[in-house]
Design a protein around this ligand. Structure first.
Ligand code: ATP
Length: 492
């Protein structure tokens, strides 16, 4: 049995081996921001690619999209984020720490409550909450809190150089809205039929009140989101379908089943428009409860498209009042409002409806952390500790390392030849420095599935030693079979 991994072990390995560094490290670091180093950037790209392959490439009913991060302010007005995307926070009068009200534990509990989602809060309204029995997670003081207030989670920025055309914009707090506002574009240009999905991977920004646990919760992060549009009435089947697909994705990439579970949202946790929501949770080695959200899957009904229909009407009315008729998009040739501009017309049945949406929404950084934690292992080999990342081959940053056993007798030339022949097909690494045992250990720590060593025998019979990361077993294969061997073993 693998030993229980501590987050500290992962953080230190990540820094030591170049997976993840603190942002702006040389200036003392910027809290909650991280940079992916040479191994991390490959790992994260492999996570992204695995998601894209499963959700877009392998399906005939999902298309990709890449929207801009800055969007029209009406997007956030219509979606509800501008008025409601906030956390309720309170200040501890004893230690001045600001905490999310929904993260406060009762006085007698030891840990903070973890299974809480961002819930919509009316930013303009006053907030009433009884915090008399609640405990500060920082100093332990009970009931010493200021009146809760709403704290807006979206980052603001200014667009435009001139005073009179400067506009305040938000950095997107989710990628999903970019998909909803392009629903019509994709429908009209890609000639798809409902049911179909639009998928996007990209950066999102939230000015989180509490960030924590390395890359688990940060203020800048990457999301992988799918909005799957379906006919009302078929939504429950699609919800079940995507639940299973997404759960299996983690398992197929090597996450241990014991560490993964579903958690259905209680009815009082559900957003008012959502019909159902479930979290895929991973047993992370931190926090009070261990189990933490990796991904949320929601049945969002027709809420988002309807909200944008309302938003479009508001904009049109505004342009009409201003007399700027060229901007009016919602009128037909007879000057009548087009009803339901984001509705779908089903030719076969002649039904017109606003599609329901099933949304699996995953965090790329959060799942990268889960893959790191799950792959991490320490074991004793011949009296020495070995650190190994047992990544699924699709996720491993380096697929194979090529070594000459010694730096002489023509071995480096043969090894370099092999490396040059492989690198166009797999991400490979060449290393000729130091004892070969140490080179193996370094690759174990990087999670490289195979090492290929050129030795004296190679010159006699054109074979190479293949060393397996997990079992450490060594075998010999012909040099000219290496590419096929890797292709087969890595399933690439
Ligand atoms: P949480 O309750 O953990 O703040 P949430 O329920 O608000 O998350 P969603 O809005 O459902 O999160 O976002 C979907 C996914 O995006 C999450 O499951 C998570 O993987 C990722 N995510 C959300 N916020 C962050 C963050 N601050 N840092 C890293 N990943 C995040």
């Amino acid at each position: 049995m693998a030993k229980l991994t501590r987050l500290d072990d992962i953080v230190s390995l990540c820094k030591r081996r170049g997976f993840i560094y603190q942002s702006s490290d040389i200036y003392g670091g910027l809290a909650s921001c991280y940079d992916y180093g040479p191994l991390g950037v490959e790992l994260k790209r492999n996570v992204r690619n695995a998601w894209w392959k499963a959700v877009v490439q392998m399906r005939d009913d999902v298309l990709g999209l890449d929207c801009s991060i800055l969007m029209h302010p009406m997007v956030w007005k219509a979606s509800g984020h501008a008025d409601k995307f906030a956390d309720l926070v309170t200040l501890c009068k004893k230690c001045n720490t600001r905490t999310r009200v929904d993260h406060l534990a009762d006085g007698e509990q030891t840990g903070a409550q973890e299974h809480t989602e961002h819930i919509d809060i009316d930013i303009a309204a006053g907030q009433q909450h009884d915090l008399s029995g609640k405990k500060c997670p920082a100093c332990g003081a009970v009931g010493q809190f200021s009146k809760p207030m709403a704290f807006r989670l979206m980052f603001e920025t200014q667009m435009g150089a001139n005073v009179d055309d400067t506009m305040t914009l938000f950095l997107r707090p989710e990628t999903a809205q970019g998909i909803f506002v392009n629903f019509r574009n994709v429908l009209d240009s890609a000639r798809v039929k409902v049911p179909f999905g639009i998928a996007q991977i990209g950066k999102s920004f939230r000015n989180e009140v509490t960030t924590k646990a390395f890359i688990f919760r940060t203020r800048e992060f990457e999301q992988a989101e799918l909005e799957f549009f379906c006919k009302p009435g078929t939504d429950e089947d699609w919800y079940a379908h995507w639940k299973q697909q997404r759960f299996d994705w983690y398992l197929n990439l090597g996450i241990r089943k014991d560490n993964l579970r579903f958690r259905d949202h209680d009815p009082d946790e559900l957003a008012h428009y959502a019909k159902a929501c479930v979290d895929v949770e991973y047993k992370f080695p931190f926090g009070s409860g261990d189990w933490q959200e990796l991904e949320g899957i929601a049945n969002r009904t027709d809420y988002d498209l309807r909200q944008h229909q309302r938003g479009m009407r508001t904009m049109n009315d505004w342009f009409e009042q201003k007399g700027d008729l060229s901007k009016i998009a919602l009128k037909d040739e007879d000057d009548n409002y087009i009803k339901g501009p984001l509705a779908y017309f089903e030719e076969q049945t002649r039904d017109r409806y606003v599609p329901y949406v099933i949304e699996p929404s995953a965090g790329v950084d959060r799942s990268t952390l889960a893959f790191l934690v799950d792959a991490y292992d320490e074991e004793e080999v011949k009296g020495e500790m070995r650190n190994v990342l047992r990544f699924h081959p699709h996720l491993a940053p380096i697929k194979a390392a090529v070594f000459p056993l010694v730096k002489k007798d023509g071995l480096p030339e043969i090894a370099m030849n092999l490396y040059n022949g492989l690198k166009g097909h797999f991400n490979c690494f060449y290393d000729e420095k130091g004892a070969v045992g140490r080179r193996y250990r370094r690759q174990d720590e990087a999670g490289t599935p195979f090492c290929l060593t050129i030795d004296g025998q190679t010159k006699e019979d054109n074979t190479v030693t293949v060393r397996d990361r997990d079992s450490m077993a060594q075998s010999r294969i012909p040099l000219d079979q290496v590419k096929n061997f890797l292709r087969e073993k890595l399933d690439l």
